[in-house]
Design a protein around this ligand. Structure first.
Ligand code: GLC
Length: 818
């Protein structure tokens, strides 16, 4: 197809045209010539509607605009009118919940509209833009969608270039090791084993092609659902342009309307799913190391936790538990009776998590290899050789997890581990990582759920499909129990199957800072259940760094300490006092706050809220917030400001608007400003939003250690009205999928001399405990009367810190304090 327009060369994304070497092959392998010309959409000749899809053509290329929901519109491009099969690992089922939509033709453009958004297709030149129902344009093409033929592999390089506004900021893209705001960056998506990665190193372990734009307080999202090697340029080459492009596949993206960043994230979850509820123990503390072996070492570590009275739920076995690193086997010298060990650990409250990598050792005496070989489950090169490469076990072959039959088989392999009592599985090296070459060569073939592809297409989803196979297998085998899984690699949607950690970080202050950003970024990129290797994987932290990391990790959705084999012992007591006591205090705090964390998880799972929320997500209209990256809220009630510098005595904290209580001192502070807070080693600044109800459990050494006979409800006085939601259920089964859970709503209202707390609940679950211990903080008056559901409560106590303590039946509906 000829480009029917004269394209102003100045409009072209300069770097994209000139710097092709960096991104793909340049010369035609046959002619040796610099061959391929970028083709641009010409003017559309008309529009056709088929259901919720609208088709536009320039005579050769076709563009499909699909109305997905009132707020989400998908755009696809077929250079010669033939669309690829509709198939996506990220979007298992395309929503189609639109209240109203249609097509309107105007003099200069076609408009596909819903109640909320418009997708404009300009008649003159096929530029596509989006606007809201007030005709405010949120996103527009700077150049027509374009492509380039790929002679070597077939298909096209596909490009989309949008205008980048002077004040536009960008967030998302998963685990990138850089500032939270991606403005001015160019970043790649190609899952990479990045041992000891550096600040700004790119790409890392995950490919999450979803970003959020924020321009003058108005947000929208773009999800470029393309699994090939892809790049994003946020005004790096040309400050007036934002581009994304991929080496193959379809130019297919979802425009996700805001205007709130929170809505963009929630809507991204509508199409890609959320994390399932984890077993509650998985929100506890996890201890890992490469590796704890033999068995006596594992027992010593776990015993010390109990002796030291430092809570811990998860204990990990890294690769050395296996026989020659063969997955699904045991080294019987180190672990003569795994069943007995796992059972005895479980009796002390430890859940055993084992590592499983994708590389299967080539060994005809090894049943997993033999079976995989017989059934043709391993990946092959284009000329039919097996894909072989070296990983921990030596020469390996690799299951093709994009084949549903292989996933089913893989899932079944966990049977024995589940029988032994293993509670969770850790999938590592699944970028996939191969020593020497880094990963598979591009020509490796994949079944891709019947849609066939080379490794170019399957690479970024390989790890996701591995952990999917693991999760689905465990889910079947563990019956009604929730499995715990953790993966290193992933693609958009991986959250449906797993938690993630940020990979092989370093014991440095810079990495503590970086991890703090990565957690926030992952959370707004759809992966809320995430954490870093506390202490840093490689290198040696000193006591101070380790403690500061434990403190930050207390407020990461996933909390695990992990370290490489060549480092010194790294348990919470390894640095002696005062560190041990402080580490204990924070891990205990994690257990006290479990019901709050668990409720935030439910809000994520059920409603698509990210668990960790950068300040900009709370207050996107506030100038300057787009650059704040050192603090965040956990859920919507607690503001966490980790200490990220050595020897730091004070920290600057920004409190979003509204009133906040210092979590430790209960001092009430007016927000909307920066303050300076003391940061002695034994504390980090934490604040609670006035009006919050924060549930608290007694300290336990592990989840389920004690029957909870009373839940403490910390209520923070407000002079306005604030709602809090608390979620309760069995904590380890899938009964919640049958609606067996309790969602409690607390409404706190306050005036000069009166405070009311109302409670309502929905759901079918009945917790075993009978009473709440109410701890009311910040009351501005001295109470004389407390009335619960029309009955006078006599036995309330005013403590020295002026908080009010009282016991209340768990199903009270109204409490009035005056
Ligand atoms: C990889 C993982 C690390 C693990 C090691 C050995 O480096 O990222 O967490 O300990 O492999 O299995």
């Amino acid at each position: 197809m000829e480009n029917k327009n004269t394209v102003n060369p100045e409009l072209l994304p300069q770097k994209l045209v000139e710097d092709e070497e960096e991104f793909h092959h340049v010369n035609n392998p046959v002619t040796g010539l610099k061959p391929i010309v970028k083709k641009y959409l010409g003017a559309p000749t008309g529009a056709v509607q088929k259901g919720n899809k609208f088709f536009f053509t320039d005579g050769d290329a076709k563009v499909e605009v699909t109305v997905v929901t009132d707020e989400i519109i998908r755009v696809r491009l077929a250079p010669h009118s033939v669309f690829l099969d509709e198939f996506s690992y990220a979007v298992p089922k395309l929503e189609n919940k639109v209240s109203l939509f249609g097509l309107r033709e105007e003099e200069t453009e076609y408009i596909v509209y819903t109640n909320i958004v418009n997708c404009h297709v300009r008649k003159k030149d096929f530029f596509i833009s989006f606007s809201d129902n007030q005709n405010h344009v949120t996103s527009s093409d700077a150049v027509q969608m374009h492509w380039e033929e790929n002679i070597k592999f077939g298909g096209y390089y596909v490009y989309c270039t949008k205008e980048c506004q002077p004040e536009e900021s960008f967030f998302g893209l998963g685990d990138k090791a850089t500032e939270l705001n991606l403005r001015g960056k160019r970043l790649k998506n190609w899952n990479t084993d990045a041992y000891s990665f550096a600040w700004n190193q790119d790409p890392l372990y995950r490919a999450i092609p979803f970003y959020i734009s924020l321009n003058k307080g108005i947000a929208h999202g773009i999800f470029f659902d393309n699994t090939f090697r892809a790049e994003f340029d946020f005004g790096a080459e040309d400050p007036t342009k934002t581009s994304f492009w991929a080496e193959g596949g379809e130019l297919q993206y979802y425009y996700i309307h805001g205007p709130h960043m929170m809505d963009v994230v929630k809507r991204y979850h509508v199409i890609t799913g959320t994390h399932p509820m984890p077993p509650m123990w998985a929100l506890g503390y996890h201890q890992c190391r490469w590796s704890y072996y033999p068995e006596s070492k594992v027992r010593m570590v776990t015993k010390t936790f109990r002796e030291q009275k430092i809570p811990c739920d998860g204990i990990y076995l890294d690769i050395d538990y296996m026989d020659g690193y063969r997955c699904f086997t045991w080294n019987r010298k180190y672990f003569p009776d795994p069943k007995k060990m796992i059972k005895e650990l479980a009796d002390q409250g430890f859940k055993t998590v084992v590592i499983i990598d994708p590389g299967i050792r080539v060994d005809d005496n090894y049943s997993v290899f033999k079976e995989g070989k017989e059934k043709k489950y391993f990946c092959r090169r284009c000329d039919d050789y097996f894909m072989e490469g070296h990983v921990w076990p030596g020469r390996c072959q690799f299951p093709d997890f994009t084949n549903p039959e292989v996933r089913e088989w893989w899932g079944g392999l966990f049977d024995e581990l589940v029988q032994l009592g293993v509670a969770g599985v850790w999938n590592d090296m699944n970028e996939p990582a191969v020593f020497g070459n880094g990963t598979f060569p591009d020509d490796v073939r994949h079944q891709y759920d019947g849609h066939r592809g080379s490794h170019r297409k399957a690479h970024n989803v390989y790890g996701m499909q591995m952990v999917r196979a693991t999760y689905e297998g465990l889910r079947k085998l563990m019956k009604n129990k929730r499995p715990f899984t953790i993966t290193r690699a992933g693609y958009s949607g991986v959250q449906r199957y797993s938690s993630v950690w940020t990979g092989d970080n370093v014991a440095s202050w810079e990495h503590l800072k970086l991890g703090n950003i990565q957690i926030q970024r992952l959370s707004v990129s759809g992966i809320s259940f995430c954490g870093t290797d506390i202490g840093g994987f490689s290198g040696e932290p000193d006591g101070e760094l380790f403690t500061r990391w434990i403190q930050a990790g207390t407020f990461a959705p996933f909390m695990r300490a992990h370290s490489a084999g060549d480092t010194k012992e790294r348990e919470p007591w390894s640095f002696g006092e005062p560190y041990t006591a402080i580490n204990r205090k924070f891990i205990e705090l994690r257990y006290r706050l479990l019901p709050y964390f668990y409720s935030a998880f439910w809000e994520h799972h059920r409603y698509g809220f990210p668990i960790i929320r950068p300040v900009v997500l709370q207050e996107q209209h506030e100038e300057g917030n787009q650059y704040r990256q050192d603090e965040f809220t956990y859920g919507d009630k607690m503001l966490i400001c980790p200490v990220l510098e050595p020897g730091q005595k004070t920290r600057k904290v920004y409190l979003p608007k509204g009133k906040w209580y210092d979590f430790w001192s209960h001092e009430l502070i007016e927000g909307g400003k920066e303050i300076v807070v003391l940061t002695p080693l034994d504390t980090i600044p934490v604040f609670v939003k006035a009006g919050s109800v924060i549930p608290e459990y007694p300290v336990m050494q592990y989840v389920g250690e004690k029957e909870i006979d009373e839940v403490k409800m910390n209520v923070y006085f407000t002079d306005t009205e604030v709602n809090s939601f608390i979620f309760e259920d069995y904590g380890e089964t899938f009964a919640y999928e049958q609606d067996i859970y309790l969602e409690k709503k607390f409404v706190v209202r306050g005036k000069e001399n009166k405070m009311t707390i109302q409670q309502s609940m929905e759901g079918l679950y009945t917790p075993r405990y009978e009473n709440y211990h109410l701890n009311i903080v910040g009351l501005p008056f001295k109470p004389t009367r407390v009335i619960a559901d029309n009955n006078d409560v006599k036995d309330f106590v005013i403590s020295a810190d002026k908080s009010i303590q009282l016991k209340l039946r768990k199903n009270f509906t109204q409490l009035v304090i005056s």
